[in-house]
Design a binder for this molecule. Structure first.
Ligand code: KIV
Length: 273
């Protein structure tokens, strides 16, 4: 049972997120990729569920987000929308589904909306993908931007280190954020950038800025569900707070089950017909 004070019944919309920013109410966002966990996340009162392309790492075991396909993103998003009653569901557009040209980007976004039930899409990049974002927006599809560390460009960066520490990159990021607001994005994710820069961006634009590794001066936070629940192991960036240690809980439950089966303790007389 959630102890927070959110309205657990009223559907979250893109418009409502913008109102939340203007009221100074923080936005809580988490990833989810499947029906059962999405149901728990939605029931707890989360505002936004992102079906991130981090599903490539978390669900499929790929080393990067690059291999996940549009079909796989649609599959995971459909699992999530089947579970969600309240949260706004945003689907990441996967690498290769929008970088070619704006027509291809629009076709990919339309497939996501038609086949998955998502209510918005997220795209990594600034000015260089502005034309594609504009075309998607004209079809009535809300777009969330994503700047800073953009994992789909890992082969260009060569590292997952903090972005925009240098003045030139910080200035480009701020300009990109303003451009994304101007063309009509409803929100923006800032990943792994200095907290002072993220605060400046959030104060410079009127759409909500959701941070991951971007400090507390933004309008909301997002984490990968399996990371904050302590299911993923061997990944401990400074920004990650673990709210549970489910890897150990699951491991001990399964070990106990194995023991019970081996010792013919399970099933007992009450657990059979
Ligand atoms: O794919 C993802 O999970 C993301 C979040 C980390 C913002 O893009």
């Amino acid at each position: 049972m959630s102890t927070n004070t959110v309205d657990n019944t009223r559907k979250v919309t893109t418009k409502r997120l913008i109102e939340m920013k203007h009221r100074g109410e923080k936005i809580a966002m988490l990833t989810a990729y499947d029906y059962s966990l999405a149901q728990l996340v939605d029931d707890a009162g989360i505002d936004v569920i992102l079906v991130g392309d981090s599903a490539s790492n978390v669900m499929i075991g790929n080393p990067t987000t690059l291999p996940i396909t549009l079909d796989q993103m649609i599959y995971h998003t459909k699992c999530v929308t089947n579970a969600c009653k309240r949260a706004l569901v945003v689907c990441d557009m996967p690498f290769g589904s929008y970088q070619g040209n704006s027509k291809e980007a629009l076709n990919s976004a339309i497939r996501i909306m038609k086949e998955s039930g998502a209510e918005a899409v997220k795209m990594e990049g600034g000015a260089e993908i502005a034309e594609s974002i504009e075309r998607i927006l004209t079809a009535g599809i809300p777009v969330m931007g994503h700047l800073g560390l953009t994992p789909q460009s890992i082969n260009k960066f060569g590292t997952y280190a903090v972005r925009a520490k240098e003045e030139a990159e910080a200035a480009k990021l701020l300009a990109d954020a303003k451009r994304l607001e101007e063309i009509g994005c409803f929100a923006l994710v800032l990943e792994k950038i200095p907290a002072a820069l993220a605060t400046k961006v959030a104060q410079s634009i009127s759409i909500p800025v959701i941070g991951i590794g971007a400090g507390s001066g933004v309008d909301g936070q997002v984490l990968v569900l399996q990371d904050m629940l302590g299911i993923t192991r061997g990944f401990s960036p400074k920004f990650l707070r673990r709210y549970a240690n489910l890897a150990d809980t699951i491991n001990s439950a399964i070990s106990k089950y194995i023991d019970d089966v081996k010792n013919v303790d399970f099933p007992n007389a009450d657990e059979q017909y």
